[in-house]
Design a protein around this ligand. Structure first.
Ligand code: NAD
Ligand code: DAU
Length: 352
């Protein structure tokens, strides 16, 4: 890595958030070497990174973090200065039908990276391990209150249990082996390149194609939404300036009940698609609730905003409008990622 000041491994860089983190680091730090390790599962797509693929400080490596032999070899060869770990199975509904995939990637995959990391840390005193985690580890809130960094872990889905387990392993490697780590627990992201199985991109896609919008239960569940680019900016700050062995909550103080968000999305899309006002909301269909469905997530991000001076750069209205525009301009991407393996899954899930 001639003339490069740092070599950073980003795992899961071909996925939704990972691709924005790769772009943030590759474009902002031309003196770093950024290596993106991704298995390219159904959720990983190199089309998300075409704009940076040719940068000389970027390299893609295809590989599976569950394969410990492969992970150890890569770390021995590259002697990284840091790892920003995002690779995961990320969809709650899939964790309900296939929990083992989540244990394999999210728990065993993370432990494989940690084992390799402690070997690198013996040779490189500056080495830092960053685990990108979720607010879902805290379980659910009632009608009031916010998750803080002191909130006890209480995961309710196989996905959140696997992320909680991996957070605990990271912390344990800090205590037991002295590994320098940071963890962040972020709320729901939205934005370009979001895989259309999650609420916002699924519903945008279904509105475009005039398919039903399956709202779970009564749509009373609440999520705290953050534009993905702002999450990538927070990760940059936390990686560089976060205190060792600390956790940072990331969120935009932007709570929406699902049904209110869906109605807003329908109205915005009617306008953008020149449809009659109210046309898209006729697609709303209340369906059986998700088992163990957490009622409400809301983040207190005071530690991040005061210690590291981070704040969101866009309002929800701006972010959502940019997101819808991106999907309307990238129908080929939508068509591509929803073909093949995913199309079969979607057919089974919705019996169509
Ligand atoms: P995603 O599903 O879009 O992307 C995951 C990426 O990981 C994909 O590129 C996939 O190919 C890769 N991957 C999966 N298994 C792998 C394996 N065994 N080896 C190597 N690569 C593998 O996920 P996302 O929504 O971008 O989430 C990224 C991370 O951020 C996850 O750790 C997730 O828990 C966390 N997170 C997500 C959100 C959110 O709202 N999406 C919020 C907070 C935290
Ligand atoms: O809070 C952070 C988490 O946010 C991340 O850790 C996860 O990786 C990410 O997927 C997301 O989890 P959610 O379960 O909150 O996201 P999802 O988009 O699946 O669902 C958002 C809300 O919308 C939730 O209350 C369930 C509901 N929903 C979802 C889908 C896919 C529906 O009503 N209908 C749907 O079809």
């Amino acid at each position: 890595m001639a003339n490069k000041t740092k070599k950073i491994l980003i795992t899961g860089g071909a996925g939704f958030i990972g691709s924005h983190v790769v772009r943030q680091f590759v474009t902002k730090y031309p003196d770093y070497k950024i290596i993106n390790l991704d298995a390219l599962t159904y959720a990983g797509n190199l089309e998300n990174l075409v704009d940076v693929a040719e940068f000389d400080n970027y390299e893609f490596v295809k590989g599976d973090i569950v394969n410990s032999g492969f992970v150890n070899e890569l770390f021995a060869k590259e002697c990284f200065d840091g790892v920003i770990h995002l690779a995961a199975e990320s969809h709650v509904d899939r964790s309900i039908t296939n929990p083992n995939a989540f244990v394999n990637t999210n728990v065993i995959g993370t432990v494989n990276l940690l084992n390799a990391a402690i070997e690198t840390a013996k040779k490189n005193a500056d080495f830092r391990f960053y685990h990108v985690s979720t607010d879902e580890v805290y379980g659910t809130l009632g009608d009031t209150g916010l998750f803080t960094e002191q909130t006890a872990y209480s995961p309710n889905s196989p996905y959140s249990a696997s992320k909680a387990a991996s957070d605990h392993f990271v912390r344990a490697y800090g205590e037991t082996y002295g590994l320098d780590f940071v963890i962040s627990n972020c709320s729901n992201n939205y934005g370009p390149n979001h895989f259309p199985e999650k609420l916002i991109p699924l519903f945008i896609n279904n509105i475009i194609t005039k398919k039903p919008l399956p709202v779970y239960g009564k749509g009373e569940n609440t999520r705290d939404w953050l534009f993905v680019v702002d999450h990538a900016r927070a990760i940059d700050e936390i990686y560089h300036r976060g205190n060792s062995k600390n956790t940072y909550n990331v969120g935009g103080l932007n709570e929406w009940k699902n049904i209110d968000l869906v109605r807003l999305l329908c109205d915005l899309m009617d306008e953008k698609l020149n449809r009659k006002k109210g046309e898209s909301s006729e697609l709303i269909s209340f369906v059986k609730d998700r088992p163990g469905h957490d009622l409400r997530y809301a983040i207190d991000a005071k530690k991040l905003t005061t210690e590291l001076n981070w704040k969101p750069s866009v309002t929800f209205e701006e972010g959502l409008s940019k997101t819808i525009d991106w999907y309307l301009e990238n129908t080929a991407w939508l068509e591509h990622v929803t073909s093949g393996e995913y199309r079969e899954y979607y057919r089974k899930q919705y019996a169509i």
